[in-house]
Ligand binder design. Structure first.
Ligand code: ATP
Length: 206
């Protein structure tokens, strides 16, 4: 049987339960063996650079994933110049795992940007794109993408919509709360918070 692997990229600034719970729900829904979290040096889709360093974001991911058997982390994007283009990352995994079924997972907030992703046709030839529900964003609807994709590409996108539970957490909100000294303990693993606090990451003072 072909090994099914989910690749889950992001800035993870910091990683939180929204990422973890949604990725696990997607893994089950798609019947995949593994989810590989891939922190970006810098996202081509975001105007601001990440706030925490590459080292800190990778370390927080390692701490967060320690309790999850089917999750791994890869620092492969750290070995290429920023910004990290998904197509290059997936090509690396395709070379390493020629017979695996590769799925690139994103949240519903990505739908509007998909037509502008670097070499999107090549990316969609190398892997399957799966778009999961995300709290605060409309359910994935690819109608506005129709002028940019073939009917076959739209069909594949629609066939890989992942109805994960809506978890209303974002890294932006966590950073905002930390800077204001508010509680975030329900939003991310304790090990990650214990890493953030003594280092004063995100303007946290206690
Ligand atoms: P920020 O608020 O800094 O933009 P983010 O959590 O949205 O942070 P990333 O860390 O880059 O951004 O997210 C990685 C991936 O996880 C993206 O595809 C994003 O859509 C998805 N994601 C983030 N939070 C959730 C959530 N609560 N539910 C489902 N998907 C999520």
């Amino acid at each position: 049987m072909q090994k099914k692997i989910i690749l889950f990229g992001g800035t993870f600034d910091p990683v939180h339960y929204g990422h973890l719970e949604a990725a696990e729900a997607a893994r089950r829904h798609l019947n995949a063996e593994q989810v590989i979290f891939i922190p970006a040096r810098r996202s081509p889709h975001k105007s601001d650079p990440p706030e925490a360093s590459e080292h800190d974001r990778l370390h927080m991911l390692r701490l967060a994933l320690a309790d999850w058997n089917d999750f791994q982390v890869s620092d492969c994007e750290y070995h290429r110049p920023a910004p990290s283009f998904t197509v290059d990352t997936v090509q690396e995994f395709r070379n390493r795992l020629p017979s695996a079924s590769l799925i690139w997972l994103v949240g519903a907030d990505a739908v509007k940007d998909l037509p502008r992703w670097h070499r999107i046709d090549r990316l969609m030839a190398l892997c399957t794109l799966a778009v999961m529900y995300r709290a605060g964003y409309p359910k994935p609807d690819f109608s506005p993408c129709k002028p940019y994709f073939t009917a076959e590409q739209i069909r594949r996108l629609q066939d890989h919509i992942v109805p994960v539970p809506l978890i209303n957490i974002s890294a932006t909100e966590i950073r905002r709360r930390l800077a204001q000294g508010q509680d975030v303990s329900e939003l991310l693993p304790a090990s990650v918070l214990e890493y953030i606090r003594p280092r004063g990451l995100y303007g946290c003072t206690r």
